[in-house]
Design a binder for this molecule. Structure first.
Ligand code: ARG
Length: 468
């Protein structure tokens, strides 16, 4: 098919081949095909209702559009589609339509511009994708919650500065990510309100002289409402920026989790072992099992944030209304959507199939003086000012490490040597208090790692997920 142009009238010469290529967006906006046709179907229905087109014309165009969609789907499926056929998805569909039903196809564009058309397409696309992504986040949260429940009593070291800090549980650690993802879910939910607004009928920038019913098309397309200003309608890309910003935040969370998964899976930690399905080998070192999925997620985080930054920079400084720069809103968005969807599919599976090495976690939590704060708290409870207690426990840690013992391995005479000046000590009681499990369970503050507290939170969140 010859390359069709929508704007031949006032031109004497054709654009150069290279310019055509540079100008074209079809290779990527073909992604918008079904949404473009959906938007056109609503538009033509409205043109009929408003008696701008006759019922016969509407019928012809409607049937034609459905056929064009079928043809395009088949060609894309078969791999026979020619990505150079037209400048963009809008000109492609119109040319195909006219080829099918004749000149009446040209009436579809009555009262419409590609500027409002592309804005409609982008919003329909993004609404659809956002809803899918939200569903996937919920499934991910479900997996995290199940794992958190399974490991509500799996003791592990908690870290600050990547130094062992205080004992907690693996379940508590996973719950932290559950809540990060819950906020991401809510952010997408909120972004959806601003995505789901109809710019159709904004025209090129100044609306239309035709008696268009904008509320009708908005409703027909499932939008919450029609936008209030035609110039805003065609120039607004905040909804894309907002999506990319929320997506970046989600990726940051997954990147941090990935960093931890990579550490936990290392020989040095040995807290988990990832399943073969989600790791890869080395071409030279036969012993290796690399956490590639987690590494790629960490790596692709830069890519999604890059797309956000790219679009921020593209839009900065654009005068109203439409400028061709805005065509640059697509590739980074499509890429980010695809990236998120694959990751959200794979990641929960990787977590579900990992082996959790409880003994190694427990062992790590029992060594390294993670209960030093417990001891300081105990002294403070017995009237010693916390600052002084801190100093005394520091000395106790030094004392024990010189003997190559943990605090809960010290005997009565040793405790008397350390604490005798301050209080009466009972080594057995101290041993009980400083045991790892007891230490975790004493942290029963709201949102703390104590077994029962985590379980309470999990129960609450089950209710949240059940409502979704
Ligand atoms: N391919 C264009 C885009 O993605 C469609 C809108 C073209 N509008 C125009 N006035 N040239 O932005």
């Amino acid at each position: 098919m010859a390359k069709s142009k929508l704007w031949g009238g006032r031109f004497e010469a054709n654009t150069s081949e290279l310019m055509d290529q540079f100008n074209a967006s079809l290779p990527f906006d073909i992604n918008l095909m079904e949404y473009d046709i959906e938007g056109s179907l609503a538009h033509v229905k409205m043109l009929g209702k408003q008696e701008i087109l006759t019922a016969a014309e509407v019928e012809k165009i409607t049937e034609g559009l459905k056929d064009v969609k079928k043809d395009l789907e088949a060609e894309l499926e078969a791999g026979t589609f020619d990505f150079k056929e037209a400048e963009d998805i809008h000109s492609l569909v119109e040319a195909r339509l006219t080829a099918k039903i004749g000149a009446v196809g040209g009436k579809l564009h009555t009262g419409r511009s590609r500027n409002d058309q592309v804005a409609v397409d982008m919003r329909l696309y993004l609404r659809d994708q956002t809803e899918q992504i939200m569903e996937m986040i919920l499934k991910f949260m479900q997996v995290l919650l199940e794992l958190a429940e399974e490991h509500a009593e799996t003791v592990m070291p908690g870290y600050t500065h990547l130094q062992r800090a205080q004992a907690l549980t693996f379940g508590h650690h996973l719950l932290a990510y559950y809540f990060k993802l819950k906020r991401d879910y809510q952010r997408f939910q909120d972004a959806l309100k601003r995505i789901n607004v109809s710019p159709l009928g904004s025209g090129a920038l100044a609306g239309s002289s035709f008696n268009l019913d904008r509320d009708f098309t908005a409703q027909e397309l499932g939008f919450e409402r029609a936008c209030e200003n035609s110039m805003d309608g065609v120039s607004d890309r905040d909804f894309v920026l907002e999506f990319l910003s929320v997506a970046s935040n989600l990726m940051l969370h997954l990147s941090r989790l990935s960093e931890e998964v990579i550490l936990w899976n290392s020989k040095e930690f040995s807290f988990i072992e990832l399943a073969d399905q989600y790791t890869t080998g080395s071409s030279i070192m036969p012993q290796k099992k690399n956490p590639d999925l987690a590494e790629l997620v960490r790596g692709k985080t830069g890519r999604v944030i890059g797309s956000l930054n790219q679009l921020l920079l593209t839009i900065k400084g654009l005068p109203l209304a439409y400028n061709k720069d805005l065509q640059e809103d697509k590739e980074g968005l499509f890429d980010s959507v695809d990236t998120l969807q694959v990751i959200l599919e794979l990641y929960p599976e990787m977590l579900k199939t990992m082996t959790v090495k409880k003994e190694a976690m427990q062992q790590a939590a029992a060594t390294g003086f993670l209960n030093a704060t417990e001891l300081a708290d105990f002294l403070a409870e017995n009237g010693i000012p916390f600052r002084q207690a801190h100093q005394i426990v520091g000395e106790a840690v030094l004392f024990a490490s010189q003997k190559q013992k943990e605090l809960d391995q010290l005997g009565q005479p040793e405790w008397e040597e350390i604490l005798g000046d301050y209080l009466k000590v009972d080594a057995d009681k101290l041993k009980e208090k400083l045991a790892v499990k007891a230490a975790v369970n004493s942290h029963a503050t709201k949102g703390g790692p104590a077994f029962e507290e985590s379980k309470r939170v999990i129960k609450e969140e089950r209710k949240f997920l059940a409502q979704k």
